[in-house]
Design a protein around this ligand. Structure first.
Ligand code: NDP
Length: 240
């Protein structure tokens, strides 16, 4: 095994699964983490350790990473991607949905960072790709807590980028617009869902997760002294 280990959270569907396929095609061993183990195993990728991990469980992520590093060596790239989008009218939305968003998108993202930061710092190399959203730069109707969670990802990424730069560790943040995945499947507010779907139809649909995967791979494959700090990708017709 010559290529280094890449760890991906939220690898069971959408952008995470597409990125797993892209890095696997480029010859990397993988640690795939999500709650749906069967979906990761069904990808059928070689040299891929699939672990049933809930990102809200800090110990579960750490032990999956320890196990994968025992097989394939240190994590050279973390794609910190797992996330949910519980969009809805903020006054009508259940606070449990706020909690879930904060637990997964904010605390979960920190939980995945924790086990790799010190190792990358000590080895003086590594790449972290944090999944934000265009909703991590601008606010949208019914995205209140989701936007808050993704603005958090931006702030942490900027801070971490500065902290890790002297150690030649790269921190990249990727901010997609509308990508065709399962991310909206759990929205419970019918008005929010209708508005989102109508807008998607109006702009001719979202774009494939494979394009996001290609961008993550491209940024990773640049030489270690080249850092693409931020990437924003949307369908061409998504004006805002
Ligand atoms: P999907 O719903 O297709 O994928 C989400 C992934 O996150 C799944 O693999 C899911 O796995 C995982 N996940 C969710 N909760 C947890 C958890 N508690 N523990 C572990 N894994 C979890 O959506 P996307 O691929 O679109 O979403 C990936 C990321 O991209 C998210 O952070 C999302 O916010 C972001 N994004 C998506 C956009 C879009 O338009 N699609 C736009 C901008 C950003 P499982 O359920 O098996 O645990």
């Amino acid at each position: 095994m010559t290529k280094p280990l890449v760890a991906i959270t939220g690898a069971s569907s959408g952008i995470g699964a597409a990125t797993a396929r892209a890095f696997s095609s480029a010859g990397h061993p993988l640690l795939l983490m999500a709650r749906r183990l069967d979906r990761m195993q069904a990808l059928g990728l070689p040299d891929a350790l699939c672990k049933q991990v809930d990102v809200t469980n800090r110990d579960a992520i750490a032990s999956a990473i320890t196990e994968a590093e025992g097989l394939y060596g240190p994590v050279d790239c973390l794609f910190n991607n797992a996330g949910i989008a519980r969009l809805g009218d903020i006054a009508a939305q259940s606070p449990e949905e706020w909690d879930e968003t904060i637990d997964i998108n904010i605390k979960g993202a920190m939980n995945a960072l924790h086990p790799v930061i010190n190792s990358m710092k000590q080895r003086r190399t590594g790449t972290i790709v944090n999944m934000s959203s265009i909703a991590g730069r601008k606010v949208y109707p019914d995205h209140t807590v989701y936007c808050g969670s993704k603005f958090f990802v931006h702030a942490v990424s900027e801070s971490l980028r500065g902290y890790l730069a002297p150690f030649d560790v790269r921190v990249i943040v990727i901010s997609p617009g509308i990508i065709e995945t399962e991310v909206l499947d759990h929205v419970t507010d019918p008005n929010t869902l209708k508005a989102y779907k109508d807008n998607k139809v109006r702009i001719g649909g979202g774009i494939s997760a494979d394009h996001v995967a290609d961008m993550v791979l491209f940024a990773y494959q640049m030489p270690q002294n080249v850092l693409i700090q931020e990437m924003v990708v949307t369908p061409t017709r998504q004006e805002f």
